[in-house]
Design a binder for this molecule. Structure first.
Ligand SMILES: Cc1cc2nc3c(=O)[nH]c(=O)nc-3n(C[C@H](O)[C@H](O)[C@H](O)COP(=O)(O)O)c2cc1C
Length: 209
């Protein structure tokens, strides 16, 4: 009998399980791995960082995983801070070294997937320092608005991960035109300003004086 393979979805958004784009997209990949016979589990990084006990049990789960899917939002061209702290713990303590394989899904608010390039490089560097195998990653733009389409497009990626074949790059779709993004973005900012009674301050430059 083949040994059971364990896949773990690490969700690196403070919105957590059930509420984040990171969970919706990573969950889709996890579903496919489950269909391929993997034992699957989800873990919310921010919850794991909430206490030393939570951290220890999370690290134990990671130590037993063969495949780790890290799904997270881009924060200021990098990772949310608790994710950085969590990965530092893993690398320092050699959790999963020589065993775990890592695939990363990183998604951002801006339309261009290139926004994620630095963060993908950080993830690859983490894999090298932790002694994990780097399977690669996908960087996605505008995933929050279009998460259903993106999740569907991730299915062939998940198949490749499950089968150990080359990861297709086809999910990297075209971004919406820049003018349309600015147009929509400006409407959103004006609505938010109205809600907070700040319409008159939209052009304020408090640090410029
Ligand atoms: C504090 C913060 C920083 C962010 N930084 C960036 C950024 O540098 N570039 C970008 O394109 N989007 C940025 N975003 C947008 C998120 O990456 C985007 O909304 C993402 O889809 C959220 O995913 P989630 O639902 O899994 O948390 C930022 C959002 C927050 C809250």
């Amino acid at each position: 009998m083949m040994a059971e393979r364990r896949a773990l979805l690490l969700i690196g958004s403070p919105r957590g399980i059930g509420h984040s784009t990171s969970d919706r997209l990573g969950g889709r990949v996890l579903d496919v791995l489950k269909e391929h016979g993997f034992l699957t589990e989800k873990l919310h990084v921010h919850a794991a960082m909430a206490s030393p006990q939570e951290l220890e049990s999370a690290l134990a789960v990671i130590g037993a995983a063969d495949m780790v899917i890290l799904s997270l939002p881009l924060y200021v061209d990098s990772f949310p801070a608790p994710v950085i702290a969590f990965l530092e713990q893993i690398a320092e303590r050699r959790i999963g070294a020589g065993r775990a394989r890592l695939f990363v899904i990183i998604q951002c608010g801006f339309p261009e997937k290139e926004q994620n390039a630095t963060a993908l490089a950080i993830a690859e560097r983490f894999a090298a320092e932790a002694g994990w195998s780097w399977l690669g990653g996908v960087g996605l733009g505008e995933a929050e608005w279009q998460h259903k389409d993106v999740a569907r497009a991730l299915a062939p990626v998940a198949e490749a991960i499950a089968n150990g074949t080359a990861i297709p790059q086809s999910v990297l779709r075209k971004a919406m035109p820049a003018w349309l993004y600015r147009f929509g973005g400006n409407i959103m900012w004006r609505l938010a300003a109205r809600k907070h009674h700040a319409t008159r301050s939209l052009r304020a430059r408090p640090y410029a004086e």
